[in-house]
Design a protein around this ligand. Structure first.
Ligand code: COA
Length: 259
């Protein structure tokens, strides 16, 4: 698949998607959003890919939705744009293969929302986060009002949403918005190392963890743990579980096949 506004490269079973519109700080216009949807679809469907690393070219991760496109939209177009973007970001969230945002710089508005839709966020010490939409007289449209409180709690989320203030990587770590902060020049290596650890695990078990957390968080506890028990039972019938437990007992590394 040929992309114009992002690059897609596979190495060591990791698909690296680099948003590549640096002159506009990787702002998400409609064309770039469409490519992001195609790129995550490609990563999920390819057998040679087991994990996804998402980052940005230049000094931004993504500085938000493209304001020049937003400025002229009607109410109907705005709703449709939000729904399209939400569908695209949701693909990153429900991907059965781990998705990791390596936040190299500005992650504002849609950029923060895109990072939040990924399973893991690693931040460079130069990264900046925020939901500045209120400064434009609009609100988040790509899930920010929902994923931010789920990650950092209602009070902290509302502070960020209502002030539009930017926070640095250290503060993002303190409030639980990112998993780790790394020196800028070590960010991608750390991201690949973490994904490498995940790639060494049973891929079906990984997929079930992702699904149980994603679906379970929106269920009552009894339903959620029932879902977990079903997953646990299903995984017991896989070759991967037979191999993983046998390898432990035989004191060797497992060799998982995803079956
Ligand atoms: N949409 C469209 N263009 C954007 C953009 C966005 N969200 N964010 C940055 N750009 C463009 C700028 O217009 C500028 O383009 P130009 O060189 O053609 O004028 C270019 O990217 C560089 O941005 P600039 O503002 O000059 O860089 P800066 O270092 O002075 O400021 C930011 C960086 C991130 C603080 C600033 O660009 C900004 O506030 N961006 C908007 C963030 C936002 O509100 N996002 C939510 C949108 S809903």
């Amino acid at each position: 698949m040929a992309y114009e506004l992002l690059t897609f490269a596979v190495a060591d079973r990791i698909a690296t998607i680099t948003v590549n519109r640096p002159d506009k700080l990787n702002a998400l216009n409609d064309a770039l959003m469409a490519e992001l949807g195609l790129a995550i679809d490609e990563a999920v469907s390819r057998d040679d890919v087991g994990a996804v690393l998402l980052t940005g070219a230049g000094r931004a991760f993504v500085a938000g939705a493209d304001i020049s496109e937003l400025s002229g939209q009607s109410a109907v177009q705005g709703k449709e744009r939000a729904e399209r973007g939400q569908r695209t970001f949701r693909k990153f969230e429900v991907s059965p293969k781990p998705t990791l945002a390596a936040v190299n710089g500005f992650a504002l508005g849609g950029g923060c929302e895109l990072a939040m839709a990924c399973h893991i966020r690693l931040a460079s010490d130069k990264a900046k986060f925020g939901q500045p939409e209120v400064k434009l007289g609009i609100g988040p449209g790509y899930g920010g009002t929902q994923r931010l409180p789920r990650l950092v709690g209602k009070g902290r989320a509302l502070e960020l949403l209502l002030t539009g203030d930017m926070i640095d990587a250290a503060e993002a770590y303190r409030i639980g918005l990112v998993n780790r902060v790394l020196p800028a020049d070590g960010l991608l290596d750390a991201a690949r190392a973490m994904l490498g650890t995940m790639l060494a695990q049973g891929p079906l078990a990984i997929a079930h963890c992702i699904e149980a957390v994603d679906r379970g968080l929106d269920m009552g506890l009894d339903d959620a743990i029932a879902l977990e028990a079903s997953h646990f039972g299903l995984l017991s019938a896989t070759a991967d579980m037979a191999e993983g437990t046998r390898a432990f007992l035989e004191k060797r590394q497992p060799s998982f096949t995803g079956t």
